[in-house]
Design a protein around this ligand. Sequence first.
Ligand code: 8YV
Length: 313
Amino acid sequence: MESIGVLMTSPMLSYLEQELERRFKLFKLWNYPSFSAFAQSNSPSILAVVGGTTIGADAQMIDSLPNLEIVSTFSVGLDKIDLTKCKQRGIRVTNTPDVLTDDVADLAIGLALAVLRRICEADRFVKNGFWKKASPELGVKFSGKAVGIIGLGRIGSAIAKRAIAFGCPVSYNSRTEKPETGYKYYSNILDLAANSEILIVACALTKETYHIVNRKVIDALGPKGILINIGRGKHVDEPELVCALTEGRLAGAGLDVFEDEPEVPEQLFGLENVVLLPHVGSDTIETSKEMAELVIQNLEAHFLNKPLLSPVI
Ligand code: 8YV
């Protein structure tokens, strides 16, 4: 397979890079001044694209690669891939489901605990030497709080399982009701928000879920509510969120993702009721390696004419 041209769109994990380099003819997009500069001399060589959450495979990229056969993304999220175009061109698409579910669900609960129990603030309190002079602020109890989950797929279900273990009643909104779960279903997101103390975004980003958390949803969650986002930044109307947090219309937020990441609204930097993470949902040593293996195994299966391990298309 050493002669098969694979385009990696951005630096993701050095292990993935090394393994792709060992097996294929790897092109690293970030070594070129622009995509067009890369495409001018290399586009016919590319049979596979390995994308991620920063750069996937958009219409322009797909159109410029006449021999593209497969897009294998180092992510479960598919929002950076033009799936319609891939379908039209008969290009296969794979992602990395299941292997990252536990980590992302763990982080959602971790963010909720961090915001409510003021873990980051308390850490700074100790490290800055304030403990000898003052008392830390009281936190808010997490166990037993009403948790609302937007999207009850693999990750949403794993969050629900964890929340139940904390004694939290769970309700959810998703495209279809899942009566077998026993959790309360709200077909209307406003009703879900109004009946939740902690609202967690765990759905896929699609045209339908863009800005699913808007001003109305934030106001329904209310001044005691906490928003946790481990989905995508574009699920939330960010200026509205910033406004609600600074005006005290929302109690706090735990955010792993942002609308224009790595840009983060600076107004959030000074807020103690907000915990900000640099999109690290699945970033553990164990899971990153499993995601990389899945990316590689999907590519190898494709080029050996074997069934794909995690096909999307
Ligand atoms: C990131 C994710 O890929 O899989 C996804 O869709 O958003 C995450 O798992 C990961 O955190 C890369 O940094």
